[in-house]
Write a new protein. Structure first.
Length: 265
């Protein structure tokens, strides 16, 4: 009964850290279309900061700590992850383009919507799924140490997931997803939290060995999305006022992740 009770707590609080944070962030989808269109560029800038903040301030430090200070292996995994996501993006583009006259092969007439929808939307869901999976592992591990630690960890995960999920919704809508499709795919991605928690509960030893490398790959995916897919779009507006606004919003995204992570963890 004690084990069943622990498992029930892990399931409930992993759903809190995953699905309920998506539900809270989905309020963004209820905004009128004109408001969403005006706010999307700002939210994409915020999302860049949140992604970079999550990668450099949360995922990588945890990865290095779990790897007992073996920084070389972690940074090498990040490098391999960046290369892997570059190839993944290429394969997604190739799947949607089989001729030399395809828009992906002609920069002057390149369709931003087609490229972003096929690549960035897929990338953000993969990266978020990995991140959610790791969150589930962390929640379960905390509960297996102490119930109160597990509750605090789950609340912390939910607190820093909400602003990140708002950024994810912004990216998916920016990528051409409908509101319904963005909501459904984000909910499915959030269920990786439950999968990670269950895996950790039933085979925590193996999960702990893999954890730093999963964290490193998740970090590399977030870095790649921010730097390769999202930041280039910001360069289309070069006015000083717009640039200052973009920098401030990126900084705000980083700051939110920093405060959520440092205050609640």
């Amino acid at each position: 009964m004690e084990h069943l009770n622990l498992l029930t707590q892990i399931i409930l609080f992993s759903l809190l850290g995953g699905v309920l944070s998506v539900m809270a962030a989905s309020v963004f989808l209820l905004l009128p279309e004109s408001w969403r269109n005006r706010s999307l560029p700002h939210l994409v800038s915020f999302a860049i900061g949140a992604l970079l903040g999550a990668a450099f301030l949360a995922l990588l430090p945890h990865a290095i700590n779990f790897a007992d200070g073996d920084v070389h292996d972690i940074t090498f995994t990040v490098l391999l992850g960046l290369m892997a996501f570059f190839l993944l993006e290429k394969m997604v583009l190739w799947r949607h383009c089989h001729s030399d006259t395809c828009e992906a092969h002609t920069p002057d007439t390149h369709s931003e919507h087609s490229h972003t929808h096929s690549a960035t939307g897929t990338m953000i869901l993969i990266g978020d799924g990995l991140h959610n999976f790791v969150d589930g592992v962390l929640i379960a591990a905390a509960f297996m140490v102490d119930t109160h630690l597990g509750i605090v960890t789950a609340l912390a995960v939910a607190a820093h997931e909400i602003p990140q999920e708002v950024g994810d919704f912004a990216i998916l809508l920016h990528s051409g997803f409908s509101r319904t499709r963005a909501f459904v795919f984000n909910i499915l991605s959030s269920l990786a939290t439950l999968a990670g928690a269950l895996l950790a509960y039933f085979s925590l030893g193996d999960a702990q060995q893999l954890l730093p490398y999963v964290l490193a790959v998740a970090a590399s995916s977030f870095i790649y999305i921010a730097v390769a897919d999202l930041i280039p779009g910001l360069h289309k507006r070069s006015e000083l006022a717009v640039t200052i606004q973009q920098v401030l919003l990126i900084g705000f995204g980083i700051g939110v992740i920093y405060l959520a992570h440092s205050t609640l963890h």
